[in-house]
Design a protein around this ligand. Structure first.
Ligand code: MUC
Ligand code: MG
Length: 376
């Protein structure tokens, strides 16, 4: 029998990367031209290294964390919890994370993923096998457009349909005047004339009255899903929208933990839950959150914080190992990056992304690209 690998965590390194985007991505409150990523590497005594990404969509506007805060939290507080322990003590390490750091789930997720990757690599198995194995080997991918004027949005959609076969598109809203914003989307839906599915994400920027005033026009235009139109903690309004518009509502900012999912279930506030492995604190918390939704009969979507290759691969392993993720995904982050920093890329075709082969997350860092993108 081969000797058991040494699973002791010897060192945890972090570095901030700024990876340029193929085009500016307009969010409700800011426009990103590069995606900042905290690359976390967990080094085992046996020589194996696992990778995870600390990523928020564009910056701290989404959930309060940023790559800069994550770096401090990981270096100063989470790394000391990991070092010296066996990576197979993952569940115990995560419990101990909670004793030294409240919240900060994006930072915890970067470590959770790096530990899963290291542990799976040491065992010579893919990460999905640590999560129960692959229930499928690919998942549908919705492409998300930033806030874009019509003359740029239509060609981008046409190009994506032709090149990658995407069948649905998410349109970011919530910036500027709601009447103008709504008019832009209604016009876009008219141009596309039902050829693809269209969803909107308002990123919690509208109040109740604004949402009730404008969502009916969007429903009329054929928008198939409303993602988080109103503030995260106002579940009563989300429920009212769900009831009054007749269009399925997806909770994103409202669900950052399994207990948040339970609150949505209790309030009957949404039809679909957006599961970002980042905002939920990693793969183990994502599995728990999916279980809550599944037990209540809610659909789950494999959502993204615009992770790079490692973060997206982690979400892909999770989504493919979790049958409860039954409402497709938006795991398109690597396609938004001008250049990758892994030696091979995830494969996108026919509107889907396919699980990579190989141990761990199935990707290797490209050392030269990592150095090039590393912030001074
Ligand atoms: C979000 O709120 O869903 C996902 C895609 C995108 O464009 O923004 C993110 C964040
Ligand atoms: Mg969202």
């Amino acid at each position: 029998m081969p000797a058991a690998p040494d699973l002791t965590i010897e060192r945890v390194d972090t570095r901030i990367l700024d990876v340029p985007l193929i085009r500016p991505h307009g969010f409700a409150t800011m426009t990103a031209t590069a995606q900042p990523i905290l690359l976390v590497s967990v080094h085992l005594a046996g020589g194996v290294v696992g990778y995870g990404e600390g990523v928020v969509p564009g910056g701290p506007w989404w959930g309060g964390e940023s790559v800069e805060t994550m770096k401090v939290i990981v270096d100063r507080y989470l790394a000391p919890v990991m070092v010296g322990r066996e990576v197979s003590d993952l569940a115990g390490i995560l419990v101990d994370f909670g004793k030294v750091v409240a919240n900060d789930r994006f930072a915890k997720a970067s470590c959770d993923v790096a530990m899963h990757d290291a542990w799976a690599r040491a065992l010579g198995i893919p990460v999905r096998d640590l999560l129960g194995g692959a229930a499928r080997d690919s998942i549908e991918v919705t492409w998300a457009l930033g806030v874009l004027p019509l003359e740029k949005a239509v060609p981008e959609i046409e190009e994506r349909i032709a090149e990658f076969g995407h069948r649905s598109f998410k349109l970011k809203m919530g910036s500027g005047d709601p009447t103008v914003d709504t008019g832009r989307i209604v016009q876009l839906a008219g141009e596309l004339d039902g050829r693809v599915g269209l969803r909107i994400d308002v990123n919690a920027r509208w109040d109740r009255m604004t949402a009730l005033r404008h969502l009916p026009a969007l429903a009329e235009a054929g928008i198939e899903l409303f993602e988080q139109p109103t503030p995260a903690d106002d579940l009563a309004t989300l429920r009212e929208i769900t009831r009054r518009t007749g269009v399925p509502v997806m909770a994103d900012e409202s669900v950052c933990s399994p207990s948040d999912a339970l609150a949505v279930v209790r309030e009957e506030a949404a039809d679909v839950i957006a599961l970002k492995t980042t905002k939920l604190g990693g793969l183990r918390e994502s599995v728990k959150t999916a279980a809550v939704a599944e037990a209540a009969g809610l659909a789950c979507h494999g959502a993204t914080s615009l992770e790079g290759p490692f973060g997206t691969a982690a979400s892909l392993h999770f989504a493919c190992a979790t049958p409860a993720v039954n409402f497709g995904s938006e795991l398109f982050g690597p396609m938004l990056l001008k250049e990758s920093y892994t030696t091979t890329d995830l494969v996108y075709a026919d509107g889907r992304v396919t699980l990579p082969e190989g141990p761990g997350l199935g990707l290797e860092p490209d050392a030269a690209a990592v150095s090039r993108f590393t912030r001074d």
